[in-house]
Design a protein around this ligand. Sequence first.
Ligand code: HPA
Ligand code: ZN
Length: 328
Amino acid sequence: MNVAELPKIELHLHHEGAAPPAFIRQLAHEKRVDLSGIFKSNGSYDFRDFSHFLNVYEAACQVLNSPEDFRRLTLAILEESAENGVIYSETFLSPDFCGGGDLSAWKDYLSAIQDAAEEAERKFEITLRGVVTCVRHFGPEQSKRSAYCAAETAGDWITGFGMGGNESVGAQADYKWAFDCAREAGLQLTTHAGEFGGPESVRDAIRHLGVERIGHGVRAIEDPDLVHELIDRGITLEVCPGSNVVLGLYPEFDSHPIAKLRDAGVKVTVSTDDPPFFHTTMRREYEMLHQAFGWDAEDFAALNNTALEAAFCDDATREKVKKRLEKQ
Ligand code: HPA
Ligand code: ZN
């Protein structure tokens, strides 16, 4: 059995970060924007480290400036995900990059994205749900605008709220207002923590933001008490091993803590984060985990069950995806 062919569930994907470089180059060409500085001569995105990655990411976002761009992007992402065997995906959408935090513009972008998701579901049998994310380095005031957009569009498609961006800026607690607002609107919560911040960042996310999932969270492995707390609270980690390796957290898959976390009893899932930036796909993540840790079809089936249980969707959607998992 080739594990790369198994069906997959992905919970941690940044929408703009999933844009293929050729897609961004094409938009730059159409809009006559010079983005040559963000690409290598072989055509891939060019960045040195995490903070430079964020700069390149935001430069690419300059040409994604209409609902139509996001409609095209969403279709391209879902076609690619489906080709990699993904049957359910949650994507991070930032009102900051979809209309600059303005509610009316955000609704137009969201409507285009949802139209594309419906088309993709018909064509490729993949289901998408949206998690609105604020951007940490844009600051707490801007995060309130994102939370307001999230709350106003919360429902059976926008089902979660979270935070990405630079984990070294400010503290998790600075964003409490936004997370409280989103929780009151019925949204489920996640935040990036324990990637560039250490275990204390994961602790702060649990204490101050009350999240049920953590983006990355892998550095919890440095603190055994925290590992126990994650287990006791049933918190699920959205682990992105390939991203962590490219950004230098761990030298290679073999030294990545995902297997140790899983074996300790932490709920772990696997995602790509920003696949073309990190030269990965869900298929490659599965292949690398199989190679590094010997995970087989049974391990991946358990991984998918954990992901489906932690998915921010309603139970009818969960059932639909479960049937799709069982069919394959
Ligand atoms: N990590 C944190 N913030 C981000 C990322 C990421 O991979 N992509 C876009 N914003
Ligand atoms: Zn991320």
